[in-house]
Design a protein around this ligand. Structure first.
Ligand code: CMC
Length: 380
């Protein structure tokens, strides 16, 4: 039989390749729609919470009141980090990149997890809940450590998003801020076969454990073309402000240099990312409330220039930058916040991969030399 890989050209970036059936979420790139388990992202953002959305993703249906109460109790009960993990975080360099910290700490969590090597469905679900619960605690503990403070213990009387904001500062968060963070977590929780989810599924498909799969996913989310874009957006806004340059001139100069403008474009959406308008409203309202309208104004000018020059719309990362900045969150925590949310989607996909598993193992089209004869080193 002919070798199929020898006859096929690669599909750059696997664009358009369908690698699995999925009941988890639907991304309609033409219509600009995002649906989790049948519910539109707008509906969930208006009415749900991150905890309920996570339960929806994991189980496939909205929970009853008692199911949600129990799930929330499981999540808040799983927040506390083992002292060994706290000690590890205390040993990390204070100038470490927070996504690298999260990747390393999540990998370490696996070492101490009582179900560590068990990839059965019950153990995987217990680990998924622990991972979702502990992500914000790790991020907040590192933020405290690098600023010379002790970590703040999580509170089990606060919801997931509110507790994260509390652990950053030690103050009870403003309810409006907590709700904005909650909705941001809903918006980022799941997005089809995105790059980091694919990483998680590739790792799970070898029958490796969920901590390994999620660690792979964090490494993939970290990159500037994926989750790292939101931090890059903030860098751009700050640079425009510091240099006192017109946003339109700044963007045109980037485009002339053939550079990517972060927070714009998408592999799947060919129209506005449906999460962007929700974040745009948050950006407008929160920057106004904080007396920092300039970040929204600069963002709007960038948006107009990108529309005029390239016809490219913003993605989820663009307005999340100014929104998080107005909440007082440092720019290099923006991508970890994405991860705090996306761990729900990753976990759901890992469970789905185990249920219908087949090793994911594509081929490469070999274009290198052939039929060479080995030359001894002294004759090269
Ligand atoms: N700035 C300038 N030009 C762009 C951008 C951008 N942000 N995005 C796409 N283009 C242009 C690109 O130059 C190309 O033009 P041409 O055909 O003239 O060479 C065309 O649009 C198609 O680009 P592509 O690279 O073939 O598209 P892709 O599907 O491979 O890339 C993307 C998708 C998200 C990597 C890309 O749009 C990009 O680099 N955006 C900036 C990074 C970013 O915001 N990433 C977050 C993505 S959404 C959230 C997430 O998943 O994390």
């Amino acid at each position: 039989m002919a070798d199929i890989a020898a006859a096929k050209k690669p599909i750059a970036g696997l664009q358009g390749v369908v690698v699995a059936d999925s009941e988890i979420s639907y991304v309609d790139g033409q219509a600009g729609k995002l649906v989790y388990r049948g519910y539109s992202i707008e509906d969930l953002a208006a009415n749900s919470t991150f905890e309920e959305t996570t339960k929806l993703l994991l189980d496939g249906a909205l929970p009853s009141r008692s199911e949600l109460d129990q799930f929330e109790a499981e999540l808040s009960g799983a927040r506390v980090l083992d002292s060994e993990i706290i000690d590890l975080i205390r040993a990390y360099p204070t100038d470490a990149q927070p996504m690298a910290v999260l990747r390393t700490a999540v990998s370490a969590l696996g070492l101490f997890d009582p179900d560590s090597e068990d990839i059965g469905p019950d153990a995987t679900r217990r680990k998924a809940i622990r991972l979702v619960a502990k992500f914000p605690v790790i991020v907040a503990a590192f933020e405290r450590h690098r600023n010379g403070h002790d970590p703040i213990d999580p509170r089990d009387d606060l919801a997931h998003a509110a507790n994260f904001l509390y652990m950053l500062t030690g103050s009870d968060p403003d309810p409006e801020d907590a709700r904005v963070m909650d909705v941001c977590l809903i918006l980022h929780a799941e997005h089809g076969m995105n790059a980091s989810t694919f990483s998680a599924r590739v790792t799970a498909a070898t029958l490796s454990d969920i901590h390994s799969a999620v660690t792979s996913a964090i490494g993939t989310l970290k990159g500037a073309l994926h989750g790292g874009a939101n931090q890059e957006v903030m860098k751009m806004l700050l640079e425009i402000d510091q240099r006192g340059i017109e946003p339109a001139d700044f963007v045109r100069a980037m485009l002339d240099r053939k550079e990517r403008v972060m927070g714009f474009g998408h592999r799947v959406y060919k129209t506005m990312d449906p999460r962007a308008p929700i974040l745009r409203r948050f950006s407008r309202d929160l920057t106004a409330r904080a007396g920092q309208q300039k970040w929204f104004t600069i963002s709007e000018q960038i948006l107009e220039t990108m529309a005029a020059e390239k016809g490219i719309d913003p993605n989820v990362d663009f307005f999340s930058a100014s929104t998080y900045h107005a909440l007082g969150i440092p720019a290099d925590l923006f991508t970890p916040i994405f991860a705090i949310s996306r761990v729900s989607g990753w976990s759901t996909h890992v469970e789905a991969q185990y249920r219908h598993n087949r090793l994911i193992r594509p081929r490469a089209n070999y274009v290198g030399p052939r039929d060479l004869t080995y030359v001894p080193i002294e004759k090269r």
